[in-house]
Design a protein around this ligand. Structure first.
Ligand code: G6P
Ligand code: ZN
Length: 584
């Protein structure tokens, strides 16, 4: 009897067994890691840094959560929806799993993951917008190469607009990263290769086919019926997804929806190393497309291969950039933008809403767009480099078209530049200009609006000290009475005040203005992962181009002006290089 009583007493101290395992998040101690300040488009580092530095991904993930919560907009614990995906590059899946654990550890209620973790950047923006999510976190270093010895990056977009994080947010995240002492996480992994609903801690993870929302968005932008009829006429087209995230969407839209033969698309399977290529759609890296367009690497027309491409488009690693070519013709991104503005009536998104309300370009982008805006009597904004500056303008005026010299084109259908959108926009223009190729359309445009000769010289991965000293030297010329070149009219530093929130952004590049309207702009890249990259943007307007002017090769015609600008900047002395590494 006694023994029984004792037994009873002992049992009273046994805790009731839970039917489910404990959902309590772990709190893991850590210390700050230097250098987590996001650049133009997220935090980009060598993959090794992300992969081998202890707590690196976790620290950045927790800094995003806490920094974002501080400034507002990140869901409170137990609520909210976040999208997590990436461009498919090496370390994509591993980093996604870490983000899932940390987001679940911080109480995000629903996490949406595109199947295999692959979604293009514009596709992710569409996902956020159409699902009214609180934001997206994307594993991408855009057009930088991928692989264990290449680059990896993380960027984040806010909801419900799906726009890239603004500077006050990226700064708040950076600030957090300098004082972080622990992160929250739950244990477990999710099978992101299979569509379905999963549980992770107290969170629900929905693995979805992300193409549905994106394709629906594009269907609102373009007249698919018109495009299908155009494709039936068998125009010669070529699309190169460079083994990046645009591939699956390009296959679905171009082949399934519009009837483009599969043989006209290539490199559409996303690969961790982008098939060993540099997934940047420019004259240097989209070499196969350039060759098939019978072009030389400098953009000049080459020997005709026989195939007469009406339109060729290449996309970058995360599918937001585009390069447009046609038979023996390279359309510079600045010209492509101006042409789309001029032909806005061919694009359903603009036409159905009464034509363009306004447009914008980044400062280093050529002023070809301004001439179209002037004719249409619409506002043309000039912003600093970076897509995030367009977001507020799109809230002010819709429908809206914008673009950058860095192979970005887009509209207010999402809040990112959109490679596939640009391809469909060009297809729409060609459908309305029967029998013309890209080159025919652009040359006709130049005759009407004038031509802005344009090219860019890049000095990649030079020593930061020299590059900064060169910018400082240019700064010292501002307002100077004696400028080092007789044709140089002024030197100025570009700054910008946002018309919606009045935030100001300074030091966005040095503008050298020459007599006759020529310009050389000097800027340091904000997307590199090592050293500094100097970009020199050279531009000269031809108001009434002759037939011979239409055939000028921009890089050749601008050589003298480029030399003048570089001499003023003393570029070659400061960066210790004899010439640019890339000319586009
Ligand atoms: C990213 C941004 C673009 C920007 C570009 C500039 O691609 O999304 O908006 O134009 O970076 O890169 P840079 O290397 O010149 O800073
Ligand atoms: Zn990109």
């Amino acid at each position: 009897r006694h023994a029984l009583l004792l037994l009873g007493a002992t049992q009273a101290f046994v805790l009731p067994v839970q039917s489910k395992p404990s959902r309590v998040a772990l709190n893991v101690a850590t210390t700050p890691i230097e250098g987590m300040r996001p650049g133009t488009s997220g935090l980009r580092k060598r993959t090794k840094v992300w992969e081998t530095t202890e707590h690196y991904v976790e620290n950045f993930a927790q800094s995003i959560v806490e920094g974002w919560r501080d400034v507002g907009g990140f869901p409170a614990s137990g609520s909210g929806t976040m999208v997590v995906g990436g461009d498919g590059r090496y370390f994509n899946k591993e980093a996604i799993q870490t983000f899932l654990k940390v987001l679940a550890g911080n109480g995000v209620k629903t996490i949406v993951v595109p199947v295999h973790g692959v979604v293009s950047t514009p596709g992710a923006s569409a996902l956020v917008r159409r699902n009214k999510a609180d934001g997206a976190i994307l594993m991408t270093a855009s057009h930088n190469p991928g692989g264990p010895d290449a680059d990896f990056g993380v960027k984040f977009n806010t909801g419900p607009d799906g726009a890239p994080a603004k500077e006050f947010l990226t700064e708040a995240v950076y600030e957090k990263s300098t004082s972080i002492s622990s992160y929250n996480m739950v244990d477990g992994t999710v099978d992101i290769t299979t569509v379905g609903t999963y549980t992770l801690g107290d969170s629900t993870v929905q693995v979805i086919d992300a193409l549905d929302d994106y394709v629906a968005q594009l269907q609102e932008c373009f007249d698919f019926e018109k495009l299908r009829n155009f494709i039936k006429k068998k125009p010669s087209l070529l699309f190169d997804a460079m083994h990046g995230a645009a591939g699956p969407a390009a296959l679905r839209v171009m082949c399934q929806e519009l009837g483009v033969p599969k043989s006209q698309l290539y490199r559409c399977d996303p690969r961790p190393d982008f098939g060993g290529c540099h997934p940047d759609p420019n004259l240097k890296w989209a070499s196969e497309l350039v060759r098939r367009a019978s072009l030389n690497e400098d953009g000049s027309p080459g020997d005709s291969l026989g195939e007469e491409l009406a339109l060729g488009v290449a996309f970058d690693g995360d599918g937001d950039r585009n390069m447009i070519v046609g038979h023996r013709f390279f359309a510079s991104p600045s010209d492509s933008l101006a042409v789309l503005a001029a032909q806005a009536k061919s694009i359903k998104w603009f036409k159905d809403r009464g034509g363009l309300a306004a447009c914008a370009r980044s400062m280093p982008t050529s002023r070809a767009l301004d001439r179209v805006a002037e004719k249409q009597s619409i506002e043309c904004y000039e912003t600093p480099t970076g897509w995030k500056f367009f977001g507020n303008l799109m809230e002010l005026k819709q429908p809206f078209l914008c673009g950058e010299e860095s192979f970005g084109t887009g509209a207010d259908h999402v809040r990112e530049k959109d490679g596939l959108w640009a391809a469909l926009a060009w297809l729409s223009v060609l459908a309305d200009n029967e029998g013309m190729s890209v080159g025919d359309v652009v040359k006709q445009h130049w005759k009407e609006y004038g031509r802005d000769l344009y090219c860019r010289h890049d000095y990649e991965e030079v020593a930061s000290e020299g590059a900064q000293a060169m910018m400082a030297h240019l700064g010292s010329l501002i307002g100077s009475d004696v400028l080092p070149d007789p044709d140089l009219e002024s030197v100025s530093s570009f700054s910008y005040v946002d018309p919606l929130d009045s935030s100001s952004t300074e030091n966005q590049g040095m503008i050298l203005a020459f007599a006759g309207g020529g310009r050389c702009v000097f800027r340091l890249s904000g997307t590199g992962s090592a050293g500094a990259t100097v970009r020199v943007y050279i531009e000269r307007p031809l108001a009434n181009p002759s037939d011979a002017d239409l055939d000028l090769v921009a890089s050749e015609a601008l050589e003298a002006l480029a030399d003048k600008g570089k001499a003023v900047a003393r570029l070659h002395a400061f960066v210790d290089r004899e010439g640019p590494s890339v000319i586009t």
